[in-house]
Design a protein around this ligand. Structure first.
Ligand code: ZN
Length: 285
């Protein structure tokens, strides 16, 4: 089974990635069905199992739990897990979640992180996750959200891609986090000296030729560079980085049906921020 190419889909419109609920849902359904089909080809050793029971059993296993809610059809809707079932540790206001992140960043920047026992809580984490924030971060190795915000395992739901640009796959991840994990805060986190944004500038201004699939990725940043070029103050790289973050935030806020609805009903907040590599400090935009 051939899965839809999210990169191609993202650039299917000249205006860049425009969330399309129906298209996104269709891709997710197809992807999840494919995963389930793969799982079903090797069903569990249950003498009483039939295809329906196996399907239900699979939906509740850790192997597919991360994505199963979308694979449940209407007939199984009643079996869907309650959002953040059994784990209300993240049932806090978006402002409280943001406060915790910024306090953690202050500790990190001061090189005074909390002392952690990483083995503590492992057994409890088997039961589920209740992150306080979902973060769309650049893949840059110099930026690690868990470190930057001094958060323990289970606290952050992080997706990463060079240039911290939204795609349908990542949007689906945020939908899962918001709808089924009860995450109260979504953050887009850019960083100083971003190579992906710098490449977009060079491609835009110097006609830099990039190999492989890089043009598709970098092309998604082009609108931010174009907007930054019109700014009167600051330098082009910093302005493009900030503008790119703001644009991803705007896309998330209008990403129907799940994220937009959660944002407009104030169930969640969506913020943008930039991490400064030399100081380790995060600045909200
Ligand atoms: Zn970067």
């Amino acid at each position: 089974m051939t899965l839809p190419n999210p990169v191609t889909a993202r650039h299917a419109t000249s205006a860049g990635f425009v969330p399309d609920a129906d298209a996104a849902r269709g891709q997710l359904d197809a992807a999840l069905q494919c995963r389930l089909d793969g799982q079903m080809s090797n069903p569990p050793r249950d003498p009483n199992h039939n295809s329906e029971l196996s399907r239900r059993a699979l939906l509740w296993t850790g192997a597919v739990a991360a994505l199963t809610p979308w694979a449940i059809d209407d007939a199984l809707a009643a079996d869907q897990p309650t959002p953040a079932a059994g784990a209300a540790a993240n049932a806090i206001a978006p402002s409280e979640a943001l406060k915790r992140l910024m306090a953690g960043n202050a500790r990190y920047a001061a090189n005074k992180p909390d002392q952690r026992d990483f083995s503590a809580g492992r057994a409890a984490r088997v039961q589920g996750q209740a992150p306080i924030a979902a973060i769309l971060s650049c893949a840059d190795a110099r930026l690690s959200p868990e470190f930057a915000f001094d958060q323990a395992p289970g606290e952050l739901f992080v997706t990463r891609v060079a240039g911290n640009i939204l795609s349908q796959d990542l949007l689906a991840s945020f939908e899962y986090g918001v709808e089924f994990l009860g995450i109260p805060l979504v953050m887009v986190l850019g960083h100083s000296g971003c190579g992906a944004v710098d490449a977009a500038i060079k491609r835009w201004k110097d006609k830099l030729v990039l190999p492989g699939h890089l043009p598709e990725l970098i092309g998604a940043i082009k609108p931010s560079v174009a907007a930054a070029e019109k700014m009167k103050t600051g330098n082009l790289l910093d302005n493009s980085i900030a503008e790119n973050v703001r644009r991803q935030v705007a896309q998330l806020k209008s990403a129907a049906p799940i994220v937009q609805k959660s944002y407009e009903s104030k169930k969640i907040d969506i913020v943008g921020a930039v991490y400064d590599i030399p100081t380790g400090k995060v600045t909200l935009l």
